[in-house]
Ligand binder design. Sequence first.
Ligand code: ADE
Ligand code: ZN
Length: 322
Amino acid sequence: MVKAEIHCHIEGAADPNLVLRLAGKYGLNLDDTIRDGQYVWSDFTSFLNAYDRASAVFRAPDDYRLLSYDYFSRLATQGAIYGEVFGSSDHAALMGISYVDLVEAIAAGIEDARQDHGIEGRIIMTCVRHLGPEAAEAVANQVADNPHPMVTGFGMGGDERSFTAEDFAPAFAIAGDAGLGLTAHAGEFGGAKSVEDVLDHLGVSRIGHGVRSIENPALIERLVQEDITLEVCPASNIALSVYPNYQRHPLRQLVDAGVRVTLNSDDPPFFHSTLENEYALASQHFGFDQEMLDQCTRTALQAAFVDTATRARLMKRLDNST
Ligand code: ADE
Ligand code: ZN
C-alpha cells in the first residue's frame, strides 16, 4: 500500500541505536535517556526532555545527513512515496550547527534516499512554542532570508500551553510572506480553543494533531468549511496520554464529520511506532478500509507543501497503485 506522511520531527525519528552510536562517538552518557534500546520518559514534559537530550548527539551536519537518510529510507521501505520532516534550527544551534548547514544536511539525506529508494521529501522548518515569540521570529527570518528548494514549510511544535497563538503571528506572517506553507501544533495538550486561536492568528492550512477540535462542534464545521487538514498521530496521542485508549480517540468521528485527516508517526521510536503501524492502527482500531487508508494518503499529498508538478507526479503514483 502506498503511503505518505506530513508530520514527523527529524530528531524524534532517530533510532535509539543511531543515537547511541553517535553518543559513543562524542563520549556522551545517555544512560538516563535510553535504556534497553528504548527511550525513557513518562509524560509530555519528560518526553520533551528525553527528546532534547537525544537531539544533543547530532553535533555535526553529517550526523543530520545520516539521520535524514535513515528516516527517509525507512519510510520508503514501509511503502511511503512522500514525507515531510520538521527540522528545528533551535536544536541544531545548541550544537553549533548553522541554519544553512542544517538545511543542506537534511536535504542531502533526502536526496540520497530519493536516489536509492525513489521517495520524495521536503523540510518544514519549525520554531518551538515554549521558547517564545522572539525565537520563533528569528527562525522565520532564517527561513525567509535563506530560501532553499527543499524547505517549503514553516511550523511550530513544543508546548502549546506556552504563550498565546497571537504572540506568534509576526513569525508566521514572515514565513507566509516568504511563500512557505504553514502548520502549527494545536489541539494536542490544548483543547478546541487552542486550535481556534491558531486558525484565527497564524494563517495555517494544516494543524499538527488538532484531534481535540472534536470538543467543539462549531470548530469541526469550521475545519470542514475552511479545508483545514489535520496531521493526526494516533500512536503518539495514546503514548502521551492525550487519550487513555484507541476507543476514546476521535479519529473516526473526525473522518465521519468530513474533516480532512492524514496519518502520521510524529516521533516514531519514542512511541514504538512507524508509519506502517499508524495505517495498521487506523484499520484495527478505527475500522478504516482500504479506500479510507488510500484517502488519508491522497489527503496528505493534497495538503503537502510541494509545487504543482511534484504533487501531480505523486498523485499519479498513488492512483496507479490503487
Ligand atoms: N515535538 C516533538 N513531538 C512533539 C509533540 N508531539 N507535540 C509537540 N511538540 C513536539
Ligand atoms: Zn509533532
